[in-house]
Design a binder for this molecule. Structure first.
Ligand SMILES: Cc1cc2nc3c(=O)[nH]c(=O)nc-3n(C[C@H](O)[C@H](O)[C@H](O)COP(=O)(O)O)c2cc1C
Ligand code: SF4
Length: 487
């Protein structure tokens, strides 16, 4: 597919034309013609299930800003972002952002850390969010706020932007090469893994004491929790069999339950994945990546380095093990699940459908609507198999002007329990709240998937919506990003 063939959704005039476009692509994405207003809106229905009460169906996905202080405390930028999370009107705040359980596990030197010296800062983020949420919705009743706990594993970069300090669980035929890791690069030992598990326990206890309602034990996007699930080639207690690859999760959960019994536990999961993608070298030139193509995997079959990947055709997904994983969550009494896909590092089109690639990406190998439909369809299938789990769906920002129509229809038709927003929250946090209030949608604030919020951190700058949020657009940061993009 050439880039020209992708229709820009900003040019599509109305819902009928959007639906025609979906039809022309052969996609089944539910989409309502009319938005329902007020308390009867599907977006405004509460969920009450056991001890879980969520006041509406709008979710803010976790999103880091690369803007904490070197010691892992929030900055004024971070506080502003959490204020905007509150302003969204969402009653489920899924983690706010990935917060590292130790300094070594930070994905960047400005990532937040859960530690004794950051408790006050984290508490302030929560309080700011609640205060702003009350202003938007009138009450904090039914508001559920979690903290996403992470160790960045292979993507750890705790001390300097340009200095990866990977903590790997096994050697990967493609990802090791990308990080320039020699064959004898040490993998984390089981004893080191046990210490990381203890850090998760400590962090969860702190989150509970600070008043967070739940913690997300992050299992997505190529970070440590996710890497455990694909550790087929790892020897010892944490690799090989499904039981061993999920031991990390079970031990984290067991410890949290014993020290923070009132704290809810949730999991964000990359339920599907693929072999890493790269720009097609035959179509790339300096500064202009070609379309994404899978790494040549012919010599790596059966493929033993993925989770939710077909081992015999690893450019394709396979839900067998993700289904087992969700059954395990159910057994462990974990009911809040956020379904995402792949990784921003090696197959961003799966994870975050976009028209424009970030600086380290590639042109979309498929219409981004196909990528949106894939995440939605996988979530729908999993929801059908696990009706008692509460599912949050991902990948909706690319839908742009039609996001509210699709979100409403997906909820109404039971494809998903809650709709999560990522990038859209950076530009227009209250989009779904406005839509369900019957307010006019401000088109100029809609995320157009320009990817600067990813390119900026890749260049060592804080993340944010540089093109559309005046806080970044009119600042010195914008000048720095423009210069950085030229190099
Ligand atoms: C700037 C930025 C930061 C992100 N940080 C996180 C994170 O900390 N944790 C996480 O699970 N996902 C993170 N994501 C992924 C989003 O939560 C979300 O899955 C993704 O953007 C797709 O949703 P969307 O289409 O609504 O943007 C991040 C995405 C962006 C753009
Ligand atoms: S920079 Fe702004 S418009 Fe671009 S993807 Fe991020 S949020 Fe959307």
């Amino acid at each position: 597919m050439t880039r020209k063939a992708i229709l820009r959704l900003g040019t599509v005039k109305n819902v009928a034309s959007f639906k025609e476009h979906l039809h022309s692509l052969g996609l089944t994405i539910p989409c309502d013609h009319e938005l329902v207003k007020g308390l009867v809106s599907p977006l405004r229905q509460p969920i009450v299930s056991g001890d879980i009460k969520i006041g509406n169906r709008i979710v803010v996905h976790p999103m880091e800003g690369w803007d904490g202080s070197p010691d892992g405390n929030p900055s004024e930028n971070t506080i502003r972002r959490w204020r905007r999370f509150g302003h969204s009107g969402a009653k489920l705040i899924w983690g706010g952002e990935a917060v590292a359980v130790s300094h070594e596990g930070r994905a960047n030197p400005n990532q937040l850390v859960v530690a004794a010296h950051t408790q006050e800062g984290l508490s302030r983020l929560r309080a700011t969010l609640i205060e702003e949420h009350r202003l938007t919705t009138g009450t904090d009743d039914g508001l559920l706020i979690g903290l996403q706990l992470t160790d960045s594993g292979r993507y750890s970069r705790p001390n300097a932007h340009g200095r990866p300090e990977p903590r790997i669980l096994y050697h990967h035929p493609f990802l090791d090469r990308r990080l320039g890791l020699p064959a004898d690069f040490p993998v984390l030992t089981d004893v080191e893994v046990e210490a990381i598990i203890e850090s998760f326990h400590r962090a969860a206890l702190m989150a509970w004491k600070l008043g967070f309602d739940f913690v997300d034990i992050k299992h997505c996007h190529g970070y440590l929790g996710h890497e455990f699930l694909s550790g087929h080639t790892r020897p010892g207690r944490y690799g090989g069999s499904f039981e061993n690859r999920t031991r990390f999760l079970r031990e984290v959960v067991q410890g949290i339950r014993s020290i923070a019994p009132g704290l809810k536990i949730a999991v964000r999961l990359s339920a599907i994945d693929s072999v890493p993608f790269r720009p097609d070298p035959t179509k790339s030139s300096k500064g202009k990546p070609g379309e994404g193509i899978p790494e040549p995997y012919e010599n790596e079959i059966p493929y033993r380095w993925g989770f939710g990947v077909n081992p015999f055709e690893p450019a394709e997904s396979d839900l067998n093990e993700p289904v087992r994983f969700l059954a395990l969550l159910e057994q462990l009494g974990i009911r809040l699940v956020n379904i995402t896909a792949g990784s921003p590092y090696y197959n961003p089109h799966l994870q975050r459908p976009a028209l424009y690639p970030p600086s380290d990406g590639y042109l979309p190998p498929e219409d981004p609507l196909v990528s949106v439909a894939r995440q939605m369809e996988v979530t729908q299938r999993l929801k059908q198999q696990f009706p008692n789990l509460i599912f949050v769906g991902t990948g909706y920002s690319y839908l742009q002007d039609f996001l509210p129509h699709v979100a409403q229809a997906a909820l109404r038709e039971g494809w998903v329990d809650l709709v999560g927003l990522g990038r859209m929250v950076l530009t227009y946090p209250e989009l779904l709240w406005d839509a369900s209030e019957g307010l006019a949608i401000e088109r100029k604030r809609i995320c157009r998937t320009l990817s600067d919020c990813t390119t900026a951190p890749r260049k060592g700058l804080p993340s944010g919506c540089y093109p559309l949020d005046s806080f970044y657009k009119d600042s010195e940061l914008m000048t720095q990003l423009t210069i950085a993009k030229k190099h």
